[in-house]
Design a binder for this molecule. Structure first.
Ligand code: GDP
Ligand code: MG
Length: 439
């Protein structure tokens, strides 16, 4: 999606004035791009209609060029399409709050149950009970129990011989007795939507009266995910959608259509297999990401979770003035470790999918300790100005850090790439700030 839109956007941004013909052309391109991205046909039709009306109509702001205006309209409409920010989770006034996780096999229910429990405990200080109701595959119970162990969180299971509805009901009693304030029920899935499954889930819903029914869908399945969401919603009246594997979704088709088709919000997004890779779903950022502007906001937010604000400001200043040194790098290492995988952070940078040399920057986390050792073996002067590091210095550094000259070389190269990227990033940020000020 991004590819196609970007070239259209490039064409139109350059223009000082946009004619009705331009808007038509833009609308046509957006339409094609969306269809190519596997966005629901009806959704596209409505969207294009609104974009054309708004873009051609008298909604032009003086501070924006008409070209920018059209793009602003497209972005706003994409955001609108995905709904408002909706990452809140219900809280029952008679605890425990009950959450049913439903969806097809392989969508990510079990993993996401674990992630959600982790998030509820970490961010909201809750004490969830995980419940294993997928009795059809013995491995499924084991999988949830393993997640429970990893998280050091209790998992309620009655094996494979008890009816899932019964298990869910018993789990509720157990949660009350043990003072758990959330119950997360991991249910069975099928390969396709089927009557038996729906009957079981409906029965369970009646029995446990859940406060939330989260449908878990795989973003990579595109339009199929939308169809699945439609049928689950018809039969179960779900309360929200969790979109998984968004890390592997390059088209955004599911994200764009689900809200429009089901009128249920996408609440969270799974961004990887790890248990802390569940994020609130931000429609505006998703729209930006789709438009290829890069998800700078998420990146900054992620950084701010671990770096305090003052440090972040200093870092930003250093990035802007390019005075970032190996000392700063070292200081950031701890923060970086806390932030999560580097390649994940890097992939959020604007245009990162297109950036050359990205492969060189993907730092193997196991090597972080080597990196640390290398930097520690540098002199103060070398850390401030790496350009003075000649081959004899490299040899000394390698020896001092117990690494090799080629490892030292690699780090120097990575450091330079990183500085380049920081420059690109701050430039985009500046662009963004400008845009905001003009609104
Ligand atoms: P279930 O059958 O619905 O319970 O699905 P699982 O929870 O067993 O997940 C199926 C596979 O998808 C597992 O290999 C998960 O690690 C993987 N998975 C789940 N969520 C994500 C995600 O957000 N990103 C990625 N990359 N993989 C995911
Ligand atoms: Mg499962």
């Amino acid at each position: 999606l991004a590819e196609r839109l970007q070239s259209t956007i490039k064409k139109i941004t350059g223009k000082g004035k946009v004619s009705e013909q331009d808007v038509k052309e833009m609308a046509r391109e957006v339409r094609l791009a969306l269809l190519e991205a596997d966005v629901n046909y009806k959704v596209v039709k409505d969207l294009i209609k609104r974009i054309r009306e708004r873009a051609v109509g008298q909604e032009v702001m003086e501070s924006l060029t008409p070209g920018q205006q059209v793009i602003k309209v497209v972005k706003e409409e994409l955001t609108e399409l995905m709904g408002g920010e909706q990452s809140k989770i219900a809280v029952s006034d008679r605890p425990p709050t009950v959450i049913m996780m439903v969806g097809l096999q392989g969508a990510g229910k079990t993993t996401t149950s674990g992630k959600l429990a982790n998030l509820l405990r970490k961010k909201h200080n809750r004490s969830p009970l995980l419940v294993a109701c997928d009795i059809y595959r013995p491995a499924a119970i084991k999988q949830l129990e393993t997640l429970g162990k990893q998280l050091d969180m209790p998992v309620f299971s009655l094996g494979t011989d008890t009816n899932p509805v019964e298990i869910a009901a018993k789990a509720l009693e157990k949660a009350k007795a043990d003072h758990h304030d959330y119950v997360i029920i991991d249910t069975a899935g099928r390969l396709h939507v089927d009557g038996d499954l729906m009957a079981e889930l409906t029965e369970m819903k009646e029995k446990v009266q859940p406060d939330e029914i989260f449908l878990v869908v795989d973003a990579m399945t595109g339009q199929d995910a939308v169809n699945v969401a439609e049928s689950f919603n018809e039969q179960l009246d779900i309360t929200g959608v969790i979109l998984t594997k968004l890390d592997g979704d390059t088209r955004g088709g599911a994200a764009l259509s689900i809200k429009a088709v089901t009128d249920k919000p996408i609440k969270f997004a799974g961004m990887g297999e790890k248990l802390d890779q569940l994020e609130a779903f931000h429609p505006e950022r998703m729209a930006s990401r789709i438009l290829g502007m890069g998800d700078v906001l998420s990146l900054i937010e992620k950084a701010q979770e671990t770096v305090n604000e003052k440090q972040a400001k200093e870092l930003e200043e250093k990035m802007r003035t390019m005075s970032f040194t190996f000392d700063d790098f070292l200081e950031q290492m701890d923060q970086v470790k806390k932030m999560g995988p580097l390649d994940e952070l890097i992939s959020m940078l604007p245009g990162a999918n297109k950036m050359k040399g990205l492969k060189n920057i993907q730092v193997d986390e196991k090597q972080l300790s080597h990196v640390e050792a290398i930097i520690q073996s540098m002199t103060k002067q070398e850390r401030q100005d790496p350009s003075i590091i000649n081959s004899s210095r490299k040899k000394r550094i390698a020896k001092g850090s117990g690494t090799t000259v080629s490892q030292v070389n690699r780090l120097l190269k990575q450091f330079n790439e990183m500085k380049k990227m920081m420059k690109q990033m701050t430039q985009v940020q500046k662009g963004k700030k400008k845009g905001k000020g003009m609104k």
